[in-house]
Design a protein around this ligand. Structure first.
Ligand code: ADP
Ligand code: CA
Ligand code: CA
Ligand code: CA
Length: 423
């Protein structure tokens, strides 16, 4: 019997099941390159993982690629994939080096840098707000010419870290300095040359509802799989709150989103990947915020796509990254149901003494996935400091109204009690 094809899966959190389960369905084995911040217990790995291969991909990418190339020569890999944004350029570089399917390195680098994304969108004539890239906090004055309010954000940030709305030019210098200091501390672990990651984008605030889009790109052709409603966050900080899928939109608005997202793939050079795009409908027109050239939410978007359309999104992602045509290609996209994602807000700060309302969700037939990430004893620092989210809940429903009602129910039922520790 010939061995199953092997897929290198980079920095996938082992607590998120979707990509591992999909590998099983596609019939590929996984060589897991663990995250540097996760201690992996080999006994608890999903059975589809045939090997755990630690690599220093951020601090020694050349060494990590040499190691992959050596193994590839001995026993070839079928592909390399990551759902972790900072790993995307490494994965592209490794794929090119090993001759595997995937993104061009340049496309991977564009999708990791909000300055480059803005420049490409503008050059392609796509919707984009006024923006300024700054490479030192003293350059804040360059952004004074923008129309206020503006948003200050790290060029290579993630998870809304440091993203701050500024209402007037008087507050700009202070916010730029604060965000600069914050990202210097937080983003270090992700590069051989962390200083190259430093840089901010200041851009005009796009008032309007937020939308996220899960797509598949195969040989340059783009299929938009799901469009989700992310509410209407107004800032000044933009903690994630969750989503409802599919977004209820007039057909012509959805069509325009599909066109804008497909055109953005072309502008960034993203030909073969799963992508997660965030946009705002500003004055009724879709404006891209950013695109990740990877499956979203560490594979969580697979669950969304499956509930809403029946598409096996994580499996399709694996097919694309192993050079196979996705099974959904060329077929109309069905609408089968509604999916909710709910992020429990911290709702305070201090040391957590109790978490109410989450344990019982495991019994709720609407709930497909409920994971608690913060527990009694954990300390939550006041926002905008980053302590993580307390819990994440995914559910399925028959309508958007039911999804919204369930989220309001969670607003009421879930509560964290804190003890003041003087933060
Ligand atoms: P990150 O990579 O940290 O997620 P984003 O660019 O996606 O950075 O910004 C995080 C959030 O901040 C967005 O989801 C959105 O709610 C808000 N945001 C960012 N830029 C803008 C903008 N120009 N106008 C309005 N809101 C914005
Ligand atoms: Ca991002
Ligand atoms: Ca984002
Ligand atoms: Ca966001």
């Amino acid at each position: 019997m010939s061995p199953r094809p092997k897929l290198v899966l980079v920095n996938q959190r082992t607590t998120l099941p979707w990509v591992f389960e999909a590998a099983e369905r596609v019939g590929v084995d996984i060589v897991l390159v663990p995250r540097h911040d996760e201690v992996v217990d080999p006994a608890k790995l999903p059975p589809v993982v045939v090997e755990c291969l630690p690599l220093q991909l951020y601090t020694d990418p050349a060494g990590a690629i040499a190691e992959l190339a050596r193994r590839h020569a001995e026993s070839p890999f079928a592909g390399i994939l990551s759902g972790c944004d900072p790993a995307v350029p490494f994965v592209a570089r490794a794929a090119a080096e090993l001759g595997l399917p995937g993104l061009a390195l340049e496309a991977a680098e564009v999708a990791r840098d909000k300055r480059l994304m803005r420049e490409r969108l503008r050059a392609a004539g796509l919707n984009t707000p006024g923006f300024v890239a700054i490479t030192a906090p003293e350059q804040w004055e360059l952004a004074a010419r923008l129309e206020f309010p503006v948003v200050v954000k790290p060029a290579n940030g993630y998870g809304s870290f440091g993203v701050t709305k500024v209402d007037s030019v008087e507050e700009l210098a202070r916010t730029v300095n604060a965000v600069w200091a914050q990202c210097g501390v937080e983003l270090d672990a992700y590069s051989e040359h962390p200083e190259q990651l430093l840089g901010l984008v200041v851009e005009e605030y796009l008032d309007g509802p937020e939308i996220s889009v899960e797509s598949l790109a195969f040989q340059g052709e783009v299929t938009v799989v799901v469009v989700s409603d992310k509410g209407k966050p107004v800032g000044p900080y933009f903690e994630e709150v969750g989503f409802r899928s599919p977004a209820v939109l007039p057909e012509e608005v959805r069509d325009e989103i599909v066109r804008e997202v497909a055109a953005a793939h072309a502008a960034f050079g993203i030909t073969d990947a799963a992508t997660h795009t965030e946009l705002r409908l500003h004055r009724g027109r879709p404006h891209l915020l950013e695109m990740g050239a990877r499956i979203g939410g560490g594979g969580m978007t697979h669950q969304v796509a499956r509930i809403v359309t029946g598409i096996d999104y994580a499996a399709e992602t694996i097919r694309i990254l192993t050079g196979q045509r996705p099974h959904c290609w060329g077929k109309p996209i069905e609408h089968l149901g509604h999916c909710g994602g709910y992020i429990v807000p911290c709702g305070g700060h201090g040391r957590i003494v109790a978490v109410h309302g989450i344990a019982e969700l495991h019994e709720d037939p609407r709930v497909d996935y409920a994971v608690q990430m913060l527990w009694p004893g954990d300390v939550v620092r006041p926002y905008p400091d980053w302590s993580g989210y307390p819990a994440f809940i995914m559910s399925h429903h028959d309508s958007d109204e039911q999804t919204a009602a369930f989220h309001r129910e969670l607003d009421e039922r879930i509560r964290l009690d804190y003890e003041d520790i003087g933060t």
